[in-house]
Design a protein around this ligand. Structure first.
Ligand code: 3HC
Ligand code: NAI
Length: 698
């Protein structure tokens, strides 16, 4: 393998150039290359300074994450950083693009740092369930102070060059070729006999109320361990000599690296990128995407139109009448006002988007020029078929016809047109301009370039796009229906909805299932139960206590009353005192003697139901790989990122224990708990879901 670090002497300055595309991650070869190049510079009596610079689009994006979990390879990064800092030569980092994680830690070990005006720096290890492990927790706060250092490391955000300069993270901003800028700076420093400046020799950061900072970080972290550990590492920087602080950092880093949370987050990092790499799309050219049609400007249509406008596309939105059209425009403008307030767009852009880029009409003929249409009308097959028939008549040849249906059969919708190969499902999540997930539902006859175009659309919208097959609810809603049912069964058997919500938010979910039901509207579940009642199997347990609330016109948050009570203008909710009595009445009717549930059992049953259905979804090919299911749950259903997704969770638990629990639950309710064949096969073969991910390729 060729050396990814090149060495070139320019008079008294040696330039160490890292060439490890795409982002110059600090692989073993890069670490060794840097270490050897430092040796070489120090061995040359003519060399007075070293400039470290990155090739391509970034200085260094950090440690090579693919090496985590493998046996460590020398030289390790903390030693390399100490070695660079200890050099008798002047070391200068010339930074462009991003300097992240280990990349910034290398720069902090240099004696001077110069950056391009558009450069950004950060220590994002927290997003991998880690903390900076090559001196970052010890060096950064020596420059920024403890509070700002903690802020940067616990948020994992990127700091722009100007702010980094103000905080003392970098010394200078200069426009130009990073190597030339670095060389000029080094020459200036050598000529002025500037001193070596080791950050480790600066005084540690000021003391603060460490316990309060720790509790603050922990309470914001929703169960994630690394933010608290970051505070403790900075405390060590403040209280201990540098070498001891570094040792403390190392111990905390190793503990996090060996824990399940970093495994879950690293799984998420790679798979949120891998979900859109479909082997069958290699070499397939997507169709053009300039103008988008949206049918229906309700909650979803308005959100989808907003996302398209923010992606700089022309939008034609169709509604049923003038009043609906004007309401739809109002919703879109409201969404864009939000983007304006958050500084995502300027007033000028707002005006251009709402006046020039958006057309709201009631006449389908306005769609004659769009490249892709997304239908978001009521969830009713007859209405959808009628709309697709009309689209077939007015849209140009080659236009893609997509449905945002949550559950309906996309093959049946496609059959309402004369161009089934152009039809696909694009299932967005509410609010569509905010939620990251897009399920791309590939129907029986969908053409490959239609799939490729849909992934291109997802990318343009900034979504994590996951391929799904056709079934009731696709990947996410199908699995949701099952774990929601498991929660309902626990209520019938004695757990309160409030205990369940709390146990699951303690586990890390953004919200519990009953709070979610209130948010989505209880009428949806009520209607589904009524629709499915005639086909219900005799052994199926379906609680109906909440229907009594619906019959009185209470549908959750939107009416102010559901599982919880919502006072107008107040965010906080309180349990609805009517619920326990409704549950008790149903238990009495069914002759159930309620029992106690531990939080642990609640989580286990909920997760086992999720994993079992997810395994069926993979087994049937509805999801391409187990990791695709994980990404759906992470980005669409509030699943805690630090657990990686339900199937990663199952792998970490051990699939044999998960299967054993499902089989035990099946002894109580064999109709609901039917173990997935795939789960049984994997256990029998001693394999797990990650083995399947690897077999499917990236
Ligand atoms: N290690 C290994 N691979 C990496 C990587 C890293 N640190 N950073 C990015 N990559 C890979 C990605 O997986 C992707 O691979 P693919 O093309 O095969 O899917 C490729 O590089 C390009 O990445 P993106 O698609 O994300 O490119 P973007 O331009 O959108 O983003 C980025 C670039 C901002 C650098 C982003 O990739 C990123 O945030 N990377 C992670 C940065 C990070 O977390 N660094 C800290 C690492 S941990 C550490 O340093 C520990 C130390 O403290 C001891
Ligand atoms: P909504 O009721 O808020 O909006 C539907 C809109 O469609 C209304 O404004 C209505 O006037 C319009 N409409 C009805 N028939 C039409 C026609 N023939 N031509 C043009 N416009 C027509 O409904 P919502 O919530 O936006 O849902 C729309 C679709 O999106 C449904 O299929 C739903 O299942 C799906 N969906 C909903 C999600 C949600 O959280 N609300 C999430 C993901 C998908």
């Amino acid at each position: 393998m060729s050396n990814p670090v090149s060495y070139n002497a320019h008079g008294p300055v040696a330039v160490l150039r890292i060439q490890n595309p795409p982002v110059n991650a600090l692989s073993q070869a890069v670490r060794q290359g840097l270490s050897e190049a430092m040796d070489r510079a120090e061995a040359d009596a003519d060399i007075k300074a070293v400039v470290i610079v990155g090739d391509g689009r970034a200085f260094i994006a950090g440690a090579d994450i693919t090496e985590f979990g493998k046996p460590p390879m020398e030289p390790n990064l903390p030693d390399l950083c100490s070695r660079i800092e200890a050099s008798p030569l002047l070391v200068i980092a010339s930074m462009h693009g991003v300097s992240l994680g280990g990349g910034l830690e290398v720069a902090l070990s240099a004696h001077y740092r110069i950056a391009q005006p558009d450069a950004r720096v950060g220590l994002p290890e927290v997003h991998l369930g880690l903390l900076p492990g090559a001196g970052g927790t010890q060096r950064l706060p020596r420059l920024t102070g403890a509070a700002k250092g903690i802020e940067i490391m616990t948020s994992g955000g990127q700091v722009k060059a100007a702010a980094a300069l103000e905080m003392g993270i970098i010394d200078k901003i200069e426009t130009g070729d990073p190597q030339e800028v670095g060389l000029a700076y080094a020459t200036e420093l050598v000529n002025s006999a500037a001193p070596r400046r080791a950050v480790s020799e600066l005084a540690g950061p000021e003391a603060m109320d460490w316990d309060a900072a720790y509790s603050g970080a922990v309470s914001k972290a929703r169960g994630q361990n690394s933010p608290g550990a970051i505070v403790r590492a900075v405390q060590a920087a403040s209280e201990l000599p540098f070498a001891q602080g570094l040792a403390r950092e190392r111990a905390l880093f190793t503990e996090l690296l060996q824990g399940d949370q970093s495994k879950g987050m690293i799984h998420a990092f790679f798979n949120e990128r891998a979900v859109s790499n479909l082997p069958e799309l290699k070499g397939v050219t997507p169709r053009a995407l300039n103008a988008i049609g949206v049918i229906g400007g309700g909650t979803m249509g308005a959100g989808i139109a907003t996302a398209a406008l923010l992606a700089k596309m022309q939008v034609v939105l169709i509604e049923t009448g003038e009043a609906q059209a004007s309401a739809a425009r109002g919703r879109i403008e409201g969404n864009l006002q939000g983007a304006l307030k958050r500084g995502k767009i300027s007033q000028e852009q707002y005006d251009a988007l709402t006046q020039d880029a958006l057309v709201v009409a009631i006449d389908y003929a306005s769609l004659s020029d769009v490249d892709l249409v997304i239908e978001a009308v009521f969830e009713n097959m007859d209405v959808k078929k009628e709309v697709f028939g009309k689209l077939d008549a007015v849209c140009k040849q080659g236009a893609i016809l997509a449905s945002n249906t949550s559950y309906l059969d996309v093959d049946e919708i496609a059959a309402a047109t004369s161009r089934r190969s152009d039809v696909i499902g694009l299932h967005f999540f509410s609010p569509a301009h905010v939620m990251k997930l897009l399920e791309i539902v590939v129907a029986d006859k969908t053409a490959l370039d239609v799939v490729a175009t849909s992934f291109a659309l997802g990318k343009a919208f900034g979504k994590i796009s996951v391929r799904a097959g056709v079934c009731d609810g696709f990947i996410g809603n199908r699995i949701l229906a099952v774990y929601r049912t498991a929660a309902d069964h626990m209520v019938l058997d004695g757990a309160s909805p409030y205990q369940i919500d709390r146990a699951l938010t303690d586990f890390g979910f953004a919200m519990g299932p009953f709070a979610v039901a209130d948010l989505a509207g209880l009428d949806i579940g009520w209607m589904t139960r009524k629709r499915k009642a005639p086909d219900r199997h005799a052994d199926e347990r379906v609680p109906t206590y909440i229907d009594k609330l619906c019959e009185e016109g209470h549908f959750g948050q939107k009416t102010g009353e559901g599982y919880y009570l919502y006072e107008k203008g107040q965010r906080a909710s309180v349990p609805n005192p009517k619920i326990p009595a409704l549950i008790a009445a149903e238990q009495a009717d069914l002759r159930i003697t309620p029992r106690d549930f531990s939080d642990e059992e609640i989580v286990r049953r909920y997760m086992c139901a999720m994993v079992n259905e997810a395994a069926k979804v993979v087994e049937e090919g509805i999801a391409r790989r187990p990791a695709d299911v994980d990404m759906v749950l992470l980005f669409g259903y509030g699943f805690p990122r630090y657990r990686g997704g339900p199937l990663k969770w199952a792998d970490l638990q051990g699939l044999d224990t998960v299967l054993a629990d499902i089989e035990r639950y099946a002894q109580e309710d064999a109709w609901f708990w039917k173990p997935a064949t795939l789960l049984k096969t994997l256990v029998a073969d001693g394999r797990n879901f990650d083995d399947l991910n690897r077999a499917a390729g990236k």
